[in-house]
Ligand binder design. Sequence first.
Ligand SMILES: [Zn+2]
Length: 356
Amino acid sequence: MEEKVVAFLSSFSMLLMGICLIVLMRFPNFHATALALSEQAGQSGRSVSGSVLSMLKDDSSLLKTSQDYIELQQHQIRLEIPTSVDMDQISVSEKYMSKEILLSIPGVGDTYFYDYPMIGKTEGISDMRYEVYDHVGMIDISTNHIFEPEITQSGNYLYLDFKRPKKIYDYLVAIDAGHGAEDPGAVQGDVYEKDINLGIVRQLKKLFDKDKHNIGVYYTRLKDTNPDFPDRVELPNDLKTDAFVSVHINSTDSGRLSGISGASVMYMVTDKTGESKELAGYILDHMLFEMGSASKGLVPGDELYVLRMTDGPSVLCECGFLTNPEEQALLRTKEYQRKIAMGIYLGILQKLGIED
Ligand SMILES: [Zn+2]
């Protein structure tokens, strides 16, 4: 190659590199934008992500046969599932504290709702969002009330229905582990009330999970989280529970160690049902029997938000004193937490009138 041509080519490529550098410096998102555009261009149809509630239509013109029409009448939403998708891989779950129902369909993409229109009624639904993560279509449905989702398969169709818990269960119970996350509750050294409350509630869940009666049990938290007070009372109020029990550990007003010990149950004096004191009495009796601890009695607790704002029977258990060294040692053991849970469980069963 002649020297002149080489010189021209090298200066040309230098110029090109310079232009690229300026473009990249001026538009730092250039690469990301280009990638997004090329991905969109590569798709066959229109893509959707975000709210898809407006795409849920009660449109019978999309139905092929009269049998389809009859089937849809019995359900709320019909989703058509591509034949390439394995029906067994579809899962439905719920997040009742935020009134959400989640449906995941592996193997559907961004154009799913255009390629396979859904049909049904928007009743009870406040929003429906759709995103694709790692080739899994995630449908997140926000509802006006707490519902239990129910899916039925018929050929390539998946029917989704929402059932109110009252229609499924004979009894409804809500359990609240006090405090959580940034709110430790009472503290003694490295012992936090929030952890003991959660330990007791987890034992209570084990008992309810094994229970053979048709009781629907809902928990404000099963992890180290701190739902706010309105959300904690919205759970029993939306469900219209037969019993709401908040679990706490007591401490002296000063927070200093003392000989004061024992369990008490607080209740709402002026509740609408007039049944809170009865529930508190049953729970305290069973707790004292199971735990063998001293009684601090039944205590009016109308000043407490979680009792005052709950519509149905509601109580708050103070299971013992963190400020009493002997009782604290017991409260920290799984065995004692299990005894407390058994007392609360049996007290609730007695209130529901289903003692074994
Ligand atoms: Zn507390």
